[in-house]
Design a protein. Sequence first.
Length: 162
Amino acid sequence: MGIFNKYQEAAGGTGSPTAFSRERVNAALTRLEVNFGVDDDGDAMAWFGDRQFVRFVSMGESLEVFQVRNIWLPTVPSSFRSELIDRCNTWNSDRIWPKTFVRSDEDGMLVVMAEVNVDFECGVSDALIEQTIRCAISTGGAFFDELEEAYPQYPEWLPPAT
């Protein structure tokens, strides 16, 4: 059927999608020229400037779910909780990507995250893995840009340089 051929071509090829894996994520990051490391669990991670840390996590029963989680490096005082939750909710209402949220760390400071999750259980093309990575990083960065505009004091919240 023509409609399905269009989707297949848009996804980066005419062949069947192949199994998702951490190795394919690492290969995609290499092709995208992302400088990355791998943690003890085998998941990739990368720094983008002094403000954005990204984890590329494989999860699920067969490690078929791909999560790209952006972490805004400034940790925010807890007095901003309601305001940050409102900003996240507004973003989530107005945009498709990424899902944004706030968590408290062990010191009671707020950590802002933005993530894109995709289930690749049925397989995926290399092009779609790359597109997911680009989408997650760029939309996470756009959300963090908005936060930095709203909170010009954010450099005071960055962790000390090591």
